[in-house]
Design a protein around this ligand. Sequence first.
Ligand SMILES: [Zn+2]
Length: 77
Amino acid sequence: MSKFEDEETQAKLLEAFFEKLAAFSKRESEECPHCGQQVVSMVKSGRCVYLHPCMCRLWQGDIPETWQDATDKGQKE
Ligand SMILES: [Zn+2]
């Protein structure tokens, strides 16, 4: 594989990842953008947001508005 093709593949993968991430943050998709598992909740730990049950790190920042009702904090007894 040439360097150019390699970069092109990487760019496509990155683009596909950001599309998944965008759909996920809007909650059009509930699949983890990293591993594809169904996500049931999110938890903010320090500066990062983690996904349950797969425990992938979503990103550094906040839980998206659309997912506020699926946070561990939001679950009431
Ligand atoms: Zn995951």
